[in-house]
Design a protein around this ligand. Structure first.
Ligand SMILES: [Zn+2]
Length: 260
């Protein structure tokens, strides 16, 4: 592939991903506004869409169009960076992205309502899994010494022999998570984060059990609107155990936190 062809194909990919990101954002009920983000270097102008630097941080309702002054001095009204309505010079080499902003009213719900919705969401995700996946899950849980009902890890004799310190820490983290689920306190959160970081360093602790504990922490962050932390811990949980039903949550949070 020659250089021009390659560049063309990269641009095409960028444009498609911008459109996909915009479509997802439009579908999301929790996102009501959008923000234009410029990722080029403002101090050291590269060839990347430097005339978009002034668009950085512009927030508008999600169905509205941005007002962009083009390199040709004309005004354009794109819905998102690299919108196909823009002339080529505004799209090629554009490294901007669209960030979704969650509506305040959506989260004006009480904590209990939100928790209820979160739980419903989790249940829905669990039900969507194919049967073979649920079966495999049940088998893995049994192997790891976990009760089929409820996602709480339990210690077995074998585990205690393999990595006693690791399982002790994991158990403590889960006891503290019981507290954190009732009342989100910074000091409790901190002690869980520390315990989980320590568990990670100890060989022999089941990655599945670590993953469900990470997911519990992520659920707490999510319910308390700490979306960046929630995304980090859902992602970490998914990396440890990729059958965990968190993929859609990760997608949702990626949009909400602007990782498009
Ligand atoms: Zn740009």
């Amino acid at each position: 592939m020659d250089v021009d062809k390659k560049r063309e194909s990269v641009n095409e990919q960028l444009q498609n991903s911008a459109k996909t990101g915009y479509d997802l954002l439009m579908q999301s009920e929790s996102i009501h506004r959008k923000e234009w983000r410029y990722t080029g270097d403002k101090n050291n102008f590269s060839e990347h869409c430097r005339n978009h630097a002034s668009m950085d941080g512009v927030v508008i309702p999600k169905a509205d169009s941005f007002e962009l002054i083009g390199l040709d001095g004309k005004k354009y009204y794109p819905k998102f960076p690299r919108d196909p309505i823009l002339p080529e010079e505004e799209r090629i080499s554009c490294v901007c992205f669209l960030q979704g902003i969650t509506s305040d009213s959506m989260f004006g719900m009480t904590y209990e309502e939100r928790k209820h919705r979160t739980q419903q969401y989790i249940n829905d995700l669990a039900d969507e899994r194919p049967d073979w996946e649920k079966e495999l899950d049940a088998k893995n849980r049994a192997k790891a010494g976990i009760e089929p009902e409820g996602m709480l890890p339990t210690r077995t004799r074998e585990m205690q022999i393999r990595a006693p310190e690791g399982y002790k820490l994991l158990e403590e983290a889960n006891l503290r998570l019981d507290k954190l689920e009732r009342n989100f306190r910074k000091d409790v959160e901190g002690s869980i984060v520390e315990a989980l970081a320590a568990v990670k360093m100890i060989p022999g602790v089941s990655t599945y059990q670590q993953a469900i504990t990470l997911k519990r922490l992520a659920d707490c962050y999510y319910a308390n609107e700490h979306y960046h932390e929630a995304l980090d811990y859902y992602t970490a949980a998914h990396l440890l155990y990729d059958k965990l039903p968190v993929k859609r949550r990760i997608e949702e949070l990626t949009i909400m936190t602007g990782g498009l």
